[in-house]
Write a protein that binds this ligand. Sequence first.
Ligand SMILES: [Zn+2]
Length: 86
Amino acid sequence: MSEKVCQSCGMLMEEENMLGKNSDGSKNEDYCCYCFPNGDFSKDETMEEMIQTCIPFMIEDGTCKDSEAARAMLMSILPNLKRWKK
Ligand SMILES: [Zn+2]
């Protein structure tokens, strides 16, 4: 099985229970349970807002050492994801 990455926030979905949910209760394989909990996006937000939301988590879990590094990483990932791609 190939690694699935949330097409909204870029988080790696390592387990089935991290997948989002469609309104009929089935799993949504494109988005994680935080971005797409129940048939729709949890928040109607811009990519910039998503970046702001993600930065503290990436520092907290040690992925990035500061907000600048986290932003740089997000800016390299998010624009290529389905939700943000124009
Ligand atoms: Zn997500």
